[in-house]
Ligand binder design. Structure first.
Ligand code: ADP
Ligand code: MG
Length: 276
C-alpha cells in the first residue's frame, strides 16, 4: 500500500506508522518502507537511521537485497522497517541514469522472501522517481487528506500520475483508500472539507477519520507510534479503527467477527481483543 500525497504535512508518515502498528498489534506481519529522505517514519518507529545504517537507498541505488536493510521495530512484534537515511535525497538524481529506474523497488520487494501480510510505503512529498518507484511496486494507493483549506488542491496531479503508472507500468494499481486526517470536529471548515472529499471520492473514503490529537504528534519524539505511546488515546483508537476498516475490506489480513484478525499467511487466529 502506497501512502502518497505530494503535499507535505498532511499525515502520510503518521498514517503509515500508526496503521502499520495497528495491523501488527493484531497479528499481521507488516513492513514499513521509508521512502522519504527525511526518515520520519524510521524515527517514529524507533529505528536508527544515521548515514552509515544500511537503508532503502542501498536497495534502490546499489541493488542491496531488501532483507539486508530491514530491521525489526522495538516494542511491536511483527512490525519491520526498511529505514531511510539522508543519502536518499540524492537518489532522485542517481536513479535517472540506472536501468529500470522506475521498477527498482518493485524488484526488491518481489525478491524479499520473508512472509508479510502488508507492506506500507511512506512516500516523500513529491511526485519524483521515488514516488514513482512506490507506485510501480504497490497494489493500491492510500491518500491521506488533511481537513484544511486547499485539501484537494494538487490531488488531480497525483491522480493523473497514478493513471500514468497504471497505464504503462502497473496495470493493477488503483487508489483504494482515502483517509481524512487532523480532523477537528469543532470547526465548520473541517466538516466542509470532509463532506467535499466524501462527495468527490465516495466509497474509497474510510468512515473513520483521524482526529487532531496532541498524543499523535508527541509520539514520534519518543520513537514510538501512538499505539504504544498512549494506547487508550483517541488518536490510537482511531488508527485501530481505520486499520480494522482496511482489514474488513479483505485487503491482506482478514477480520473475522469471532476470531479477530486472521493472517492469510498461516490462517492462524491472532490476538483479537481490543477492536470491535
Ligand atoms: P507528512 O508525512 O504528510 O509530511 P506527517 O505525518 O509528518 O505528514 O504530519 C505532519 C505533522 O502533523 C507532524 O508534526 C505530525 O506529528 C502532525 N500530525 C499528523 N497527524 C496528526 C494528528 N492527527 N493530530 C495532530 N498532529 C498530527
Ligand atoms: Mg512524511
Amino acid at each position: 500500500m502506497v501512502v502518497a500525497n505530494q503535499k507535505g504535512g498532511v499525515g502520510k508518515t503518521t498514517t503509515t506508522v500508526n496503521l502499520a502498528a495497528s495491523l501488527a498489534l493484531h497479528g499481521g506481519r507488516v513492513l514499513v518502507i521509508d521512502l522519504d529522505p527525511q526518515g520520519n517514519a524510521s524515527t517514529a518507529l524507533g529505528i536508527d537511521h544515521h548515514a552509515e545504517v544500511p537503508s532503502i537507498y542501498d536497495v534502490l541505488v546499489e541493488s542491496k537485497p531488501l532483507s539486508e536493510v530491514v530491521q525489526p521495530v522495538p516494542d511491536v512484534e511483527g512490525l519491520f522497517c526498511a529505514p531511510a537515511t539522508i543519502d536518499l535525497a540524492g537518489a532522485e538524481i542517481e536513479l535517472v541514469s540506472l536501468v529500470a529506474r522506475e521498477s527498482r523497488l518493485q524488484k526488491a520487494i518481489d525478491a524479499y522472501e520473508q512472509p508479510l501480510d502488508y507492506v506500507l510505503i511512506d512516500c516523500p512529498p513529491s511526485l519524483g522517481l521515488l514516488t514513482v518507484n512506490a507506485l510501480v511496486a504497490g497494489a493500491e494507493v492510500l491518500i491521506p487528506i488533511q481537513c484544511e483549506y486547499y485539501a484537494l488542491e494538487g490531488l488531480g496531479q497525483l491522480l493523473r500520475n497514478v493513471e500514468l503508472v497504471r497505464g504503462h507500468l502497473n496495470p493493477s494499481l488503483h487508489v483504494s483508500t482515502i483517509l481524512l486526517t487532523m480532523y477537528d470536529g469543532r470547526t465548520r471548515l473541517a466538516s466542509q472539507v470532509a463532506d467535499e472529499v466524501r462527495n468527490h471520492f465516495g466509497e474509497e473514503v474510510l468512515r473513520t477519520s483521524i482526529p487532531r490529537s496532541v498524543r499523535i504528534s508527541e509520539a514520534p519524539s519518543y520513537g514510538q507510534t501512538v499505539l504504544t505511546y498512549d494506547p487508550g488515546s483517541s488518536g490510537a483508537l482511531s488508527y485501530l479503527e481505520a486499520a480494522r476498516e482496511l482489514a474488513l475490506r479483505g485487503v491482506g489480513i482478514r477480520y473475522d467477527e469471532h476470531q479477530g484478525y486472521v493472517s492469510p499467511q498461516n490462517d492462524q487466529q491472532s490476538t483479537a481483543e481490543g477492536i470491535q
